[in-house]
Design a binder for this molecule. Structure first.
Ligand SMILES: *[C@@H]1O[C@H](CO)[C@@H](O)[C@H](O)[C@H]1NC(C)=O
Ligand SMILES: *[C@@H]1O[C@H](CO)[C@@H](O)[C@H](O)[C@H]1NC(C)=O
Length: 732
């Protein structure tokens, strides 16, 4: 790593990867190979090739796309930078001038996101190593659930024990659920006594919350414990209710202290108004309401937002973020600091490739090198003023401002009433909210366009990926959850590409071209499905029909194909080793890479195209959210959970079976008829053979397994029939 552009004065340092030059030479050679492949295809087309025009144009189209997309991905590997912070300097210089920080936690549905999990996240951010009088935590509950409110009330009481306990013994992580799941009872007598007492308090609280959830109603005496429960007395529902704002801990109140007498962080519950006929704009709508009410209550200069299933795994994260935002020389250029997300529940070889390590460890550093990591919706520190629409200007407060406490009405009831009026359905009518102010509306991945438009207003952003992961969530534990998650992402990202926020158009002249390319890597996930679909069906079928689509092994044109395939594979496995993946994990990632492209991206692409031509959304996808014990057991053993039947699964099965049939048919011709086809069909054998190897677990799940995660018999029958049908189509 070589150090760039900082002396020893700053609060952070940036380093660039030294191997960069070698990589650029390598990438250049691959690019030459790709050009040769294109030239080969062109000459074939001009000369009139042996196979039909349709096949030749198809394969050329696919290779044009792959080459173009490969070119885009180079942007993310061109200029990766790595950041290091100096938190001790921050404390030395600014300990008494630290800004207020408002943490936003968003939850949507108590049946999917259990309140006991939500409050563990809340408690983890309440216990940050940060002056508590400057820390405020807001929970937005789009489920409008009294169970979530109840759980938060319990958390506000437990916090009085938990926060001093964490700080006294410097515990990590500070989510009580995560801590007690992995901690062993300490030996030290004093620590041990307190440890057992706090653990008991935690377990009792957890039991009370879960019991109430199971019962479906709150115990009678609870209602009298807080005035807030009155909000639910009129029988409101999740989709139809008034605005609710309850300040559970008021950090400005001298009596809100923990058992050691220290002030507690402010804690606020919010359920914005919901009416059946009013669109609520999902998480972006919730975030904008939080921005408004927090400006009345604490008005922290910095806003951190986290998803409710992402607890903080590092109590010093705020200080890390401030090292960038408060840096004397550069800090004023940065709008936000994005942290990566990791998962608690990843198995050793990461069967669903959920950790997306190459994005986290490589590509995002590349985006950072171009001055602009994406805002990915969780684990991100924003400046309040920037979220509220401010443009970048060079002269904007170069010296870090001291946080001025806001003039606030002292009466809580009045304050809550004021806040409620800010979170009604009609408040945003005819205002800039959702457009110039706050998070943007109208796109399923609102975070990405919000981040993009902030950068187009002149700001930069920082990606900070410390060795110790800061935000930890739950990874999907079945194949269908994985595929549906990626369908949602790729669909939203491609929508951005088709909209006025297209990175090349919207970003033109405002952000670097490299960054526009980097954004497009994600925005163009969905269309990658078509060439991949072509490559995983047609070469196999052509193999079965003994039609060569690629140059003969003895031809000189074979060399660029072999070069590109071999070197990119070797590079891919080298990169995987370098970022600490096992070989098995790398292989699993390739499988999921293929499945995502053939299922998630394909349906995302279809949905987006249908939307553009005005047809309503398709309803291809139905998934069950139920995670029973069997699922967890299979997950722990790294056995892929394929079920239940879905159109995504059918596509994957058809392609898996088709390649198996074609490979067997091709091998049979070669062995039985001794045709001299190996050399002319070699690359097709390779492609077909690879797809078959990738699909070994799929065949197993069709024919050998008996458990609940197997492929349903109906899907097996349908896919075998469809694959046979495809094999019968004459390609000549
Ligand atoms: C959480 O932090 C600990 C260090 O305290 C680290 O060992 C662990 O790997 C982190 N968890 C995850 C999921 O990254
Ligand atoms: C995490 O995964 C393990 C299996 O590796 C499973 O037993 C456990 O229930 C999972 N935890 C959560 C919170 O889902």
């Amino acid at each position: 790593m070589e150090k760039i552009c900082r002396d020893d004065e700053g609060l952070f340092e940036t380093r660039r990867w030294k191997g960069g030059r070698v990589y650029k030479v390598f990438a250049g050679s691959v690019f030459l190979g790709i050009l040769m492949i294109w030239v080969y295809r062109l000459t074939m087309i001009l000369r009139g090739s042996s196979c039909s025009w349709a096949l030749m144009f198809g394969v050329f189209g696919a290779e044009l796309w792959f080459g173009f997309y490969w070119f885009l991905t180079q942007a993310s590997r061109w200029n990766p930078v790595f950041r290091y912070t100096f938190k001790d300097k921050l404390s030395l210089r600014y300990e008494d001038k630290l800004p207020g920080v408002d943490v936003f936690v968003c939850t949507a549905d108590p049946s999917i996101e259990p309140p006991s999990m939500v409050i563990s996240t809340v408690l983890s951010v309440m216990s940050y190593d940060y002056p508590t009088e400057k820390l405020s935590v807001y929970l937005s509950d789009d489920g409008g659930s009294q169970f979530t409110f109840y759980a938060l009330l319990e958390a506000s009481r437990f916090a009085k024990y938990w926060i001093p306990f964490c700080k006294k013994f410097r515990l990590e992580p500070r989510s009580p659920a995560a801590y007690f799941a992995q901690a062993i009872e300490p030996n030290d007598a004093a620590f041990s006594a307190e440890w057992i007492a706090v653990k008991k308090l935690y377990e009792e609280m957890d039991n009370r919350i879960n019991a109430a959830m199971k019962e479906g109603k709150l115990p009678q005496n609870i209602h009298e414990q807080h005035k807030g429960f009155a909000e639910w007395e009129t029988g409101i529902t999740a989709k139809d209710h008034q605005a609710i704002v309850q300040i559970l801990i008021d950090g400005k109140d001298e009596t809100s202290v923990d058992i050691e007498g220290s002030v507690l962080p402010t804690l606020v519950y919010m359920a914005r108004e919901k009416r059946p006929h009013r669109h609520h704009n999902f998480k972006a709508g919730a975030m904008n309401s939080l921005i408004r009410i927090s400006s009345e209550i604490s008005n922290g200069e910095i806003i951190l937002n986290v998803d409710c299933d992402m607890y903080s795994n590092n109590s010093e994260t705020i200080r890390d973020a401030l090292c960038f935002l408060m840096d004397e020389e550069k800090g004023h250029e940065y709008a936000y600091v994005q942290f990566p997300q990791d998962y608690d529940n990843i198995t050793k070889n990461d069967i669903y490739a959920a950790s997306m390590k190459s994005i986290r460890e490589i590509e995002f550093h590349g985006l950072d090198g171009f001055g602009g990591i994406l805002y990915i919706g969780s684990g991100c520190f924003h400046r309040r003023e920037v979220l509220s629409g401010r443009h970048y200007s060079k002269h904007w407060k170069k010296n870090t401002k001291i946080d001025k406490p806001i003039q606030r009405v002292t009466n809580l009831e009045t304050l809550e009433a004021k806040c409620k009026s800010l979170t009604t359905c009609s408040f945003e009518d005819n205002t800039g909210w959702g457009n110039e102010i706050g998070l943007k509306y109208g796109c399923p991945v609102e975070d990405v366009i919000t981040g993009l438009s902030i950068k187009c207003r002149g700001w930069k952003s920082i990606y900070f990926n410390p060795p110790r992961t800061d935000f930890v969530g739950l990874a999907p534990m079945t194949l269908s959850q994985t595929l549906v998650q990626h369908k949602r992402w790729s669909e939203g990202d491609f929508q951005i590409f088709l909209s006025k926020y297209n990175p090349f158009l919207f970003g033109h002249g405002k952000i670097k071209f490299g960054l526009q390319m980097c954004y497009s890597i994600y925005c163009l996930w969905a269309p990658c499905s078509l060439p991949t679909l072509y490559y995983s069906t047609i070469p196999a079928l052509a193999l079965l029909n003994s039609i060569p689509l690629f140059p003969d092994m003895k031809s000189i044109w074979f060399i660029p194909f072999a070069y590109v395939i071999v070197t990119t594979s070797v590079y891919s496995i080298t990169e995987a080793m370098w970022i600490g993946q096992s070989r098995k994990a790398w292989w699993n990632e390739i499988r999921i890479w293929l499945y995502k492209r053939l299922a998630s991206y394909l349906f995302a692409f279809l949905d987006d195209v249908l939307k553009v031509i005005g047809v309503n959304k398709t309803s291809f996808i139905i998934t069950s959210k139920i995670l029973d014990e069997d699922v967890s057991r299979r997950y722990a053993k790294e056995i892929i959970d394929f079920g239940p039947a879905s159109s995504m699964l059918t596509i994957l099965s058809v392609i898996g079976i088709l390649n198996l049939f074609c490979l067997v048919g091709g091998l049979k011709k070669m062995l039985v008829f001794h045709e001299g086809i190996v050399s002319s069909l070699f690359l097709q054998f390779v492609i077909c053979g690879l797809i078959t190897m990738i699909n070994l677990p799929l065949y197993q799940a069709m024919f050998l397994r008996r458990d609940g995660g197997r492929i349903p018999v109906s899907t097996t029958v349908i896919s075998i029939s469809l694959a046979l049908l495809a094999c019968l189509i004459p390609l000549h």
